[in-house]
Design a protein around this ligand. Structure first.
Ligand SMILES: Cc1cc2nc3c(=O)[nH]c(=O)nc-3n(C[C@H](O)[C@H](O)[C@H](O)COP(=O)(O)O)c2cc1C
Length: 147
């Protein structure tokens, strides 16, 4: 059975809700899933023992991209997470009225890729309130890549 870790950073609960939907789809698809809040993890060895890691993070800030605050320490130490060779998918909530729509998603994907992760799927950027159907469809595509 494939093992996946989902780590999310969420201030108002949107990316947290999305993460729970993704968790359900992967579990229903037979993946052994662990869901963690970025506030509760440390980067050191984070990906150890997992085949795939999914990062969910909302975007804050105005002039420049700011990651959701709980995710920032993890992002800064991402090189310690052991992502090389791991499958990684990234998603997050944002608002397209801001200059850097879901900039956190792009930043995390780019850094993961630089660290040798195998990016799976297209990143999911959610504009406004999450739609369970959209999230479920995305998660099924990821499931096909990691199961
Ligand atoms: C002060 C502020 C700044 C924001 N900046 C951005 C931004 O730069 N880019 C973006 O896509 N969304 C931005 N947003 C929208 C949030 O990312 C969005 O509300 C999201 O759903 C929050 O998700 P969360 O509840 O998981 O934290 C901003 C929202 C606020 C209130």
């Amino acid at each position: 059975m494939s093992k996946a870790l989902i780590v999310f950073g969420s201030t108002t609960g949107n990316t947290e809700n999305v993460s729970e939907t993704v968790e359900k789809v992967l579990k229903d698809g037979g993946v052994d899933v662990t869901l963690k809040n970025a506030a509760d993890v440390s980067a050191q060895g984070l990906a150890e023992g997992y085949d795939a890691v999914l990062f969910g993070c909302s975007t804050w800030g105005d002039d420049e991209v700011e990651l959701q605050e709980d995710f920032i320490p993890l992002y800064e130490d991402l090189d310690k997470a052991g992502l090389s060779g791991k499958k990684v998918a990234v998603y997050g909530c944002g608002d397209s009225s801001y200059t850097h729509f879901c900039g956190a998603v792009d930043a995390i994907e780019e850094k993961s890729s630089e660290l040798g992760a195998k990016i799976v799927g297209a990143p999911l950027k959610i504009d406004g309130d999450p739609d369970d159907g959209e999230v479920g469809d995305w998660a099924k595509l990821i499931l096909a890549d990691i199961a």
